[in-house]
Design a protein around this ligand. Structure first.
Ligand SMILES: [Fe+2]
Ligand SMILES: [Fe+2]
Length: 590
């Protein structure tokens, strides 16, 4: 099969499980299959955002969509008939089977955090299994185990806050690739750089720069490493701890998230805490994280070897001993290593089931207000990824809620709209900041990556059975009534009113917000653009309801950040390029 002859739009860039169980590494960002045999079941499809996660036994391909429809996805690709069938029964889904548990919600949302870190999907879940085994082995009390459980699932909840800064430091490369690569390096010894760390920097720094500029930037990074590390980790840890507190977790859980990157010998960040001054939960989490990252990338033997090498330096020797003891008894790695007899999807499901079995008893059911709080917290995680979307999810929620109220929807429907709006761009955590913050037009491949976010939003939220309707509405925010949207080209008959409201709110917010390549438009300009260009794409009743709210004469627009001058915007965001106000050229199918 010659896949190159197909049109680019017929493909999705994927990371697949290799037919071999050996530790293959993907050296190329893209490979094309030589024959269709390569794709035959059990090809286990893992939808990536265009970059290879490079775990052992996986490699990248661009696959024709026909193949995807027969494969078994982790991040599901949903063909049209399936979407339509789900829409037909969507209102029966809304009844649900009671409130989801806290563990169900945060274990599902942890997949979004894996995306931001460039981790192999399921990383937080596997860390939870490993860390809970270590906590038990060390004799933690039930209360500490409960705190540890939540801290392990939420350890990366602050990670989006330093993505833009990371992108800036490396000069526009893929922040996710660097974040995942750095976890394999001993960055405490910059005077002894390994070949792999040099290679990582060379491949990531200034991807479009010439060798001299690349070399210069790498030298600069080496000299400023200490300050950069402290700044990056402090951003992440402070933000993570604050979100953990916001969603009502214990202070011990928050402290553990804040101290994840401290080292036993005081060489870590952000406070350079030493030995037993470091939160005991954080000491366990550091080992669990190390084990998962190294085991999947380099195999369990090397994971254990490096764990021993860093014992007493990075890691608490007692936790290392506990890991060794579990390993000897064969109780450490269960469900945490690639299993060639399982599809990636089955493996993720069984790991999550085991994680849910370990959930502390007090997390059984979550109140509606607590669910709202968690949705708001994750909206902040998404918004923190880019300066230009720092209030986007919250802004879309305000607009969508106002439209829902104006149209007279009842409280149950308004709650659905509110939560779907908060979480609609969850999948954007998979998009590198080099794309999100690009000060120009995206190229074809970048658009493919950007557009995958809507399907990822849906896929992540669908993991909570009571969120299936929420997942559908949130994942459909880029669909358009005339079928020109994405990811499934749904048409008017397929789109419920909640999805139409969300689409209108998203477009309005996008037009009025600042972007790297333009300043935001005024509400009047935005409504003009929407009415002119959206006739066949956006729901007219929703646009009318928005106009009544956004242009109400008695009050200033409740949604708008006023447009600023190009100069002041560039200065505010420390950008090396000007932002131009060119609102009239905005495309409403983004
Ligand atoms: Fe979006
Ligand atoms: Fe959005």
């Amino acid at each position: 099969m010659n896949t190159r002859s197909k049109r680019p739009n017929d493909f999705r860039h994927l990371t697949l499980d290799s037919p071999s169980t050996s530790h293959q590494r993907c050296r190329e960002p893209k490979l094309f299959p030589k024959s269709s045999n390569t794709l035959s079941p059990p090809a286990k499809v893992l939808l990536s955002s265009g970059k290879c996660y490079r775990p052992p036994g996986r490699f990248c391909l661009d696959l024709p969509l026909d193949t995807l429809r027969t494969a078994s996805p982790v991040f599901s690709y949903h063909p049209m008939p399936a979407i339509k069938a789900q829409f037909a029964s969507i209102h029966s889904l809304s009844a649900g089977t009671g409130a989801p548990s806290l563990a169900e919600i945060i274990s599902a949302l942890s997949f979004a955090l894996d995306l931001t870190e460039g981790a192999v999907p399921g990383h937080a879940l596997r860390c939870c299994l490993l860390g809970m085994r270590l906590g038990n082995e060390l004799g933690f009390s039930n209360e500490s185990l409960a705190d540890l459980y939540h801290a392990l699932l939420l350890k990366d909840v602050g990670c989006s806050s330093n993505a833009a800064r990371m992108c800036q430091i490396i000069g526009g490369g893929d922040d996710r690739a660097v974040k995942s690569g750095v976890k394999l390096e001993d960055w405490t010894r910059p005077h002894q750089p390994s070949l792999s760390s040099v290679r990582l920097l060379w491949n990531s720094v200034l991807p479009d720069g010439n060798p001299f500029r690349k070399f210069g930037r790498i030298v600069k990074i080496a000299f400023t490493q200490h300050d950069n590390n402290r700044e990056m980790i402090q951003l992440r840890c402070d933000r993570g701890a604050s979100i953990v507190r916001k969603i009502g977790m214990s202070e011990q859980t928050a402290l553990a998230v804040r101290s994840l990157d401290e080292h036993w010998d005081g060489g870590g960040y952000p406070e350079s805490e030493k030995g037993e001054a470091i939160s005991p939960l954080a000491r366990v989490m550091a080992v669990a994280q190390h084990l998962d990252v190294f085991a999947l990338e380099r195999g369990p033997a090397q994971a254990m070897q490096i764990l021993h090498e860093r014992s007493g330096r990075w890691f608490d020797p007692q936790v290392v001993k506990a890991a060794e003891s579990l390993r000897r008894r064969g109780a450490l790695w269960m469900q945490c290593l690639p299993n060639p007899t399982q599809t990636a999807g089955d493996s993720a499901r069984s790991v999550r089931a085991s994680v849910l079995e370990l959930a502390p008893p007090q997390t059984t059911r979550t109140s509606p207000s607590h669910i709202d709080l968690i949705c708001e917290a994750f909206a902040e995680v998404v918004d923190a990824k880019s300066h230009f979307t720092f209030s986007h999810s919250i802004g879309v929620t305000d607009v969508a809620s106002a439209i829902g109220s104006t149209m007279g929807h009842n409280s149950e429907r308004r709650q659905l709209i509110h939560r779907a709006a908060l979480l609609h761009d969850l999948g954007k955590l998979s998009v590198p900041n080099s794309i999100l913050d690009k000060p120009g037009k995206l190229d074809g491949e970048q658009w493919v990556i950007m557009r995958e976010h809507a399907a990822l939003t849906r896929s992540i939220l669908s993991r909570v059975s009571q969120f299936r309707e929420l997942a559908f509405v949130a994942g459909a925010h880029h669909e358009r009534l005339d079928g020109s949207g994405y990811p499934n080209k749904l048409k008017a008959a397929d789109l419920p009113i909640e999805a139409r409201i969300l689409a209108v709110a998203d477009v309005y917010s996008a037009i009025t917000e600042n972007r790297p390549y333009r300043a935001g438009s005024s509400p009047e300009q935005a409504m003009e653009i929407m009415k002119r260009e959206a006739r066949s794409k956006l729901d007219a009743d929703c646009v009318d309801a928005l106009a009544k709210t956004a242009l109400a004469p008695s009050q200033p627009s409740p949604f708008l950040v006023p447009p600023a001058s190009a100069h002041s915007l560039s200065r505010a965001y420390h950008l090396p390029y000007p932002i131009h106000n060119s609102g009239s050229s905005i495309s409403i199918v983004q």
